[in-house]
Design a protein around this ligand. Structure first.
Ligand SMILES: Nc1ncnc2c1ncn2[C@@H]1O[C@H](COP(=O)(O)OP(=O)(O)OP(=O)(O)O)[C@@H](O)[C@H]1O
Ligand SMILES: [Mg+2]
Length: 327
């Protein structure tokens, strides 16, 4: 049984144009200990996917309208709020895109770490908690950790805050970590350190990671598998090796072309914004394939019918009537 299995997830927001679907039937799975990358242009639904899994979609204006989020076979969408709170932080942790939104500005770092531990590891004594907090700060290589524990979030640099977020997310040794752009805001050296850190913690704790990023170089470096999203759907899935060496969906192909080099001289942090045409608005989803208007390979059928995500093997799939590359 996969650690996480998301089936046909539909998440909607009530906007000035009425209800729109930010996720239009998202399905994927993550096995224990695996690192899966989630990529795609801004607005395609990466954060909404992670937040839906965590049941942290703001309501209003949003709601998970249908689908299943099976964590070790249990549908999280059906749990009571209190059961869900136990899962959050204990079994599944999330690193948010903006670390300032998830750290409390008026509380010391140490207090926040210890509170997280108090909530999720009830067997620890106050002294244990202090020790574990210090240990976590050392693990994420924050210099002068004792002093930093006494400081407030604003006294830390962006990179350090991000490390604290990782420390916090991992303090409870979650089985699954949802990391939403954990390195995008950081400079290149710090980015590399944080990624090494995540790799190390994965080896240490065996945490499975869903890594959301704009940076295909990062995916190539740390992920086992990758999911490519476009306009609220997964359009391609496969091992990093397969998807990078043989992209089949025209959208993935354009993504690959939009970065000059994956290995070697990659440009860290480069955003994927160089594909021609614009992403349709969620309130005007086209009738056929949602990528057709921007696609070099589109034919009449693509404007009329919606392709399904088709799997050629257990892990390799794409959503296109006329896939490219080797089949
Ligand atoms: N609170 C909200 N109210 C209305 N629409 C929302 C809300 N949150 C997200 N959306 C919409 O859902 C869609 C997906 O947003 P999401 O934040 O998941 O994108 P993303 O892939 O994470 O983008 P980025 O790479 O910029 O972080 C977008 O069209 C966005 O406008
Ligand atoms: Mg996002």
């Amino acid at each position: 049984m996969p650690l996480l299995e998301v089936k046909n997830l539909v998440t909607e927001f009530n906007t000035e144009h009425g209800w729109v679907q930010a996720l239009r039937g998202v399905s994927f799975h993550i096995d224990a200990g695996e690192t899966v990358g989630l990529v795609g242009e801004s607005g395609c639904g990466k954060s909404v996917t992670a937040r839906s899994v965590m049941r942290l979609i703001p309501d209003p204006p949003g709601k998970v309208a249908s689908g299943e989020v099976l964590f070790e076979g249990t549908d999280l969408l059906k749990l009571s709020d209190s059961k869900m709170r136990t899962i959050r932080g204990n079994d599944i942790s999330m690193i948010f895109q903006d670390p300032m939104t998830s750290l409390n500005p008026v509380l010391r770092i140490g207090y926040q770490l210890e509170e997280a531990l108090k909530l999720h590891q009830k067997e620890l004594t106050a002294e244990d908690r202090r020790n574990v907090a210090l240990e976590m700060m050392q693990k994420v290589r924050i210099p002068s950790p004792e002093q930093r524990l006494r400081e407030y979030p604003h006294q830390l640099s962006g990179g350090m805050r991000q490390r604290v977020m990782i420390a916090m997310a991992l303090a409870c040794r979650p089985r699954l970590l949802l990391a939403d752009e954990p390195t995008t805001a950081l400079d290149v050296t710090v980015q590399a350190q944080i990624l090494d850190l995540m790799k190390e913690l994965r080896e240490d704790i065996g945490t499975a990671i869903m890594l959301i990023t704009h940076d295909l170089g990062v995916v190539a470096e740390v992920c086992d598998r990758v999911l490519v999203m476009y306009l609220g759907q997964v359009v391609e899935a496969g091992s990093v090796r397969e998807v990078f060496s043989n992209p089949q969906h025209p959208y993935t192909l354009s993504l690959m072309k939009s970065i000059p080099k994956i290995r070697g001289h990659r440009e860290p942090g480069k955003r994927l914004d160089t594909i021609r045409g614009i992403v349709p608005s969620l309130s005007q989803i086209p009738k056929g394939c949602s990528f057709a208007a921007r696609c070099d390979f589109a034919q009449d059928k693509c404007l009329e019918e919606r392709p399904e995500l088709k799997f050629s093997s257990e892990l390799r799939g794409q959503r296109c009537f006329f896939p490219q590359g080797d089949q």
